[in-house]
Design a protein around this ligand. Structure first.
Ligand SMILES: NC(=O)c1ccc[n+]([C@@H]2O[C@H](COP(=O)([O-])OP(=O)(O)OC[C@H]3O[C@@H](n4cnc5c(N)ncnc54)[C@H](O)[C@@H]3O)[C@@H](O)[C@H]2O)c1
Length: 259
């Protein structure tokens, strides 16, 4: 039985990934810095029959990661790692302090490196699979410079993992969601209750992704169906990275693009 570690597992996307991987028959080791929220998630998953342990862990703290990894090693050998924990601080470069910048890089890039390193040996032993949750912000300017720069780094780190560990059969891929309605939008929704409706309009599919959409991509990438896929970054963005209809309409002056 695969043992999958998921970070940020108490968040909306983390929960969906946990449910999808449990549904694929995997045992789970869940990490989150919010121990209470994680315990509730675990109760639900156990109620649905999942084999799961949970560990309060700040993934920016090396000692916390080491302790969690030691505990998880008593459950089995980790063969799947999903680096999902992430979050934003400041919205623009002008509003970014040095502390904000370091916080964003620590959570969205450094943590994925440190968690990978602590599970490197079991991933090699099992020819395992890593999925790093990046963002469309990795390849375009949509605000949040520290976060976006970290996610761009995370995509490159994914390529490094794939190229360097491929000889051990380890696969590494990233998933780049566009907007997903989660707790991460709460603060922006408080400032503008229509923010998610406004976001929808920019997407070619005229909708935003759900946590389940992201989880489906993760479940595919760690499955044997993706055994020849490594080093890639799969957008789950309702078409945003392909283009926006509003820009195409302006540049082409064709009504065919109006959305
Ligand atoms: N929601 C979106 O629109 C969106 C878009 C693109 C990418 N993403 C990415 O998806 C991932 C999940 O985001 P979400 O929207 O579910 O966020 P969320 O805020 O709902 O959940 C994030 C979870 O991570 C946990 N966390 C935060 N800091 C942590 C730390 N230091 N150590 C351990 N756990 C920590 C939080 O407690 C929370 O449970 C993130 O990497 C995010 O960048 C989200």
């Amino acid at each position: 039985m695969d043992l999958a570690v998921i970070t940020g597992a108490a968040g909306d996307i983390g929960v969906a990934i946990a449910e999808a991987l449990a549904g694929a028959g995997m045992q789970l080791g869940l990490l989150d810095k919010d121990g209470n929220a994680l315990a509730k998630v675990v109760d639900r998953l156990r109620g649905a029959g999942a084999l799961v342990t949970h560990h309060r862990c700040d993934v920016t703290d090396r000692a916390d990661i080491a302790t969690a990894a030691e505990r998880i090693s008593t459950d089995g050998t980790v063969s799947v790692l999903v680096n999902n924990a992430g979050g934003i601080t400041s919205a623009s470069l002008q509003s970014t302090s040095a502390e904000d910048w370091h916080r964003d890089i620590a959570l969205n890039l450094d943590a994925a490196f440190m968690v990978f390193k602590v599970f490197e040996a079991p991933l090699i032993e099992t020819s395992g699979s890593v999925v790093n949750i990046a963002s469309v912000n990795a390849s375009g300017v949509y605000g949040h410079p520290g976060y976006s720069s970290a996610k761009a780094g995370l995509v490159h780190l994914t390529e490094f993992m794939a190229v360097e560990y491929g000889r051990h059969g380890v696969r590494a891929n990233a998933v780049a969601p566009g907007t997903v309605a989660t707790q991460a939008w709460q603060e922006r929704a408080e400032r503008n209750p229509d923010v998610l409706e406004a976001a929808r309009r920019w997407y070619p599919l005229k909708r935003i992704a759900t946590p389940q959409d992201v989880a489906n991509a993760v479940a595919f990438l760690v499955s044997p169906a993706a055994s020849a896929i490594t080093g890639t970054c799969l957008p789950v963005d309702c078409g945003l990275s392909a283009g926006t209809t509003a820009l195409a309409a302006t540049f082409s002056q064709s009504p065919d693009f109006d959305g």
